[in-house]
Ligand binder design. Sequence first.
Ligand code: GLY
Length: 382
Amino acid sequence: MTDSIIGRRNSMRKQFDQIVVGGGVIGCSIAYQLSKRGYHVLLIESGTIGNGASCAAAGMLGAQAEFSSDSVLFDFARESRALFPELARELKEASGIDIELVQKGMLKLAYTQEQLNQLKKMAKFQENAGETAILLTEKAVLLKERKLAPDFLAGLFLPDDGHVSAPMLTSAFARAAQNHHAVLLEHTQVNEIIEQENGLKGVKTGNGSFYCDKLVMATGKDMTNWLPDDMAITPVKGECVSIRPDQPLIGSTIFSDGCYLVPKQDGRIIIGATSFPGITDPVVRVKSVEYLLTRAKQILPAIAYAQMENFWTGIRPQTEDGFPYIGEIPGKQGLYVAAGHYRNGILLSPMTGIMMADLIEGKAAEKYTRSFAVDRAQQAII
Ligand code: GLY
């Protein structure tokens, strides 16, 4: 963001209704929802807005593609996906930024009998959940996506999944929050959480101390620094490449074992993604690029003639049970966490922002508060 508060720090206010730490898509969505509800919000980011996993994401809204069995998170994901059309309009108006929502579906391909059986099971489960999931023969898939290499058995078409631009969504949330009078403080490291007896919270940062009634920590993979040991978040490194074909090659997002191709609105195709649990080095390895391009070329041979554009890496924050933490830290009234969204931070960001604002106002849906509670593992034992 260009016009954050940097340079005006000395005169800035010190007391806020809420402070949100972490300027990724989750923190920005929370800051947006709270500021839209009329609260005075401070959003603090150690680097620049969206410079972590949020901007590394391909932006997929895979509320169906990413789920093969029923769960509370599946419901949360579908509710979040359903918010995007209205959110795109709302954010355009509130920020001037187009989040580049594309709703052309996802196509999951099966290359083996085992994969086909999985797709059949997935189709059944999704239909039972009231979603559209259409199993297509190879021939029917090739009528839709003519450039795919014809060596798969079948495809599962999920017409309601889509994608957005992850960097644009993150910027739009942040800009819209600013336009609702949230203060953005970039390049500011939080060194310590301040807890006072009267419940007032605050943070000591490299740029002074700030105070609030409620403090929300949303620092993705870096949450581990602030969480008890039994709530560890595992970093899972991912690498992507982008290419630019001379003409559109695919309409839908193509998903196959170990590789996806996302045709972005600006003409690029993002090819992702590797997955290395426990690895955090911020570099892209030759082997990974080689793997992604080889796999993508097997699926869509015409990419061989596209222009190479870029490659990058990001870290997904994964919790032990795969569910995010969205809740108050037990015994720490007024201190909240929103983290651990793993592969689906972009998809889950609208609902997470709303849920956190609802939690702060004491009206979040119990179904979600219980499942995403920070101490759910202990509750299950009791
Ligand atoms: N959202 C897909 C991934 O994390 O690779």
